[in-house]
Design a protein. Sequence first.
Length: 216
Amino acid sequence: MNTRPTETPQAGAQRPRRTIKRQQPGVRRQDLLQVTLECLARLGPRGTTGREICRQAGVSHGLLRHYFTNPQNLLLETYEELCNQVITGLAAELTVPDRDAWASLDAFFDKLFSDEWANTQNLGAWLAFWSLVRSDPEFAARNDALNNEVRRLLADAMSRLSERPLGSSMDDAVAIMAATMDGLWFEYCLSPNRLSRERGMELCKRTLRMLIPEGA
């Protein structure tokens, strides 16, 4: 993901506006998506209006409509972009040449808890999107597709381990592993003082080896 934590402005301070009018079209669109993520993290879906996005990005409403039909499309396209970045990033960790399956899965967990992905801004954006998942069929469908693809990646990687799950099917092992990843990631982002980054990664790796003992 190309999202990064942002500093909380002091009370009464004016947030600096971006200036992206002279950028190339592709870069400008990506910047608008980034501004949308930042607004979602701070203001939630209701506060992330086309007017607010334009104000933060320093562009006209006409320019926003040039790239996105309406604010709802912008939110959906931003969610799709975030989901695609998750899938691309995780898949990349599982396809490094000459890396064995255990090391690939460990790198998969490390990526999940990296500074790039596990931060308060991403948490705020995901919370905003999850609220839309419950009320909007398009968001719900995209969320299902994301979860299915993450589980498929996990299943493919875990099936390459020479050992088999103990006392459960591979489907059950994948479901347990996915739930563990989601829960630990959420807890770390919500309260890093309660669960450290290193502890989160370690617990993911330990859970995998409890499900499928390494070198058994």
